[in-house]
Design a protein around this ligand. Structure first.
Ligand SMILES: [Fe+2]
Ligand SMILES: [Fe+2]
Length: 282
């Protein structure tokens, strides 16, 4: 059984699963039973003694802590990988940090204002904050000289760049195959593959149209566009908020989901605040 499944199983269990808890924890702690039947647990900071229910409660607390530690390590790994992908590109400083906050802002607005989307719940809002990191992870597999080319790309070079969506999604799909119930990885696949689809069906790689495009990818498309407009590129100066907003309004129903453009208008102060707080220059 995978470690997560084991921990999940144990945490939802009862006293009868004491042995299993002990087995799980034995990778992390030393267990010894004294002559009077007290179980001693030794960890890095020394030993503690527990009996009966308090023993189970303490083990559960420790399991939660261990799970949190593992999650933190996983999230740090994701951030490291996405930062690596970011350095391959001509994206500006803080791009990923801004993008994830923009996505969180939109998703949170949809959730708190009870928009009628099946996908939206608290878990969706939590997940998009981290899954946003993964949107361009496939750029690691695209030749860097093409990604950083300051002059106009040839059609062939542009086709090569477009493949970052497929490369990223395929990599994450292999993780999803191992953890098919993991909503976070599933969202990562959707965002990586579909963040360049357009609402009118003329995007890539699959030419999905309207709500065929997963919601998280539709949110990312809007946030990525706003950030690109507000950032300097080798071929353009950064635009001010109002100019960027007008371009987003022009893209309603063509590139962007009209409902999300409305949400963006409701949250525009927050977008400005994020852009000012995390500047595009180091
Ligand atoms: Fe992309
Ligand atoms: Fe991006």
């Amino acid at each position: 059984m995978a470690i997560y499944d084991r921990i999940e199983h144990v945490i939802s269990g009862s006293n009868s699963e004491l042995k299993e808890i002990k087995d799980v924890l034995s990778s992390y702690y030393n267990f010894t039973t004294t002559t009077d039947g007290i179980i001693e647990i030794e960890e890095l900071e020394g030993g503690e003694k527990f009996t009966g229910d308090s023993y189970v409660i303490t083990l559960k607390k420790q399991l939660h802590l261990k799970m949190q530690e593992m999650l933190d390590a996983q999230l740090a790994t994701i951030t490291a990988l996405s930062t690596l992908a970011e350095t391959c590109d001509s994206n500006t400083h803080n791009h990923i940090q801004r993008i994830k906050l923009y996505c969180l802002t939109i998703a949170n607005y949809l959730h708190t204002n009870n928009y009628d989307y099946d996908e939206i719940d608290e878990e969706f809002v939590d997940n998009i904050f981290y899954a946003a990191d993964l949107h361009d992870i496939g750029k690691i597999s695209v030749p860097h000289d093409i990604l950083r080319k300051p002059s106009k790309l040839t059609d062939e070079e542009f086709d090569t760049i477009k493949k970052h969506t497929v490369y990223g999604a395929e990599t994450l799909q292999s993780v999803l195959n191992m953890h098919p119930k993991n909503k976070f990885v599933e969202m990562g696949v959707n965002i990586a593959r579909h963040h360049h689809e357009r609402y009118d069906g003329t995007g890539y790689p699959d030419k999905l149209k309207g709500t065929e495009i997963p919601l998280a990818a539709r949110i990312m498309a809007l946030c990525d566009l706003y950030d690109a407009l507000r950032s300097e590129r080798p071929y353009k100066q950064p635009l001010d908020h109002t100019t960027a907003k007008n371009i987003i309004l022009d893209e309603m129903n063509t590139q962007l989901d009209p409902v999300l453009v409305e949400v963006f208008l409701s949250c525009e102060e927050e977008f400005m605040r994020i852009n000012d707080a995390l500047p595009a220059t180091a």
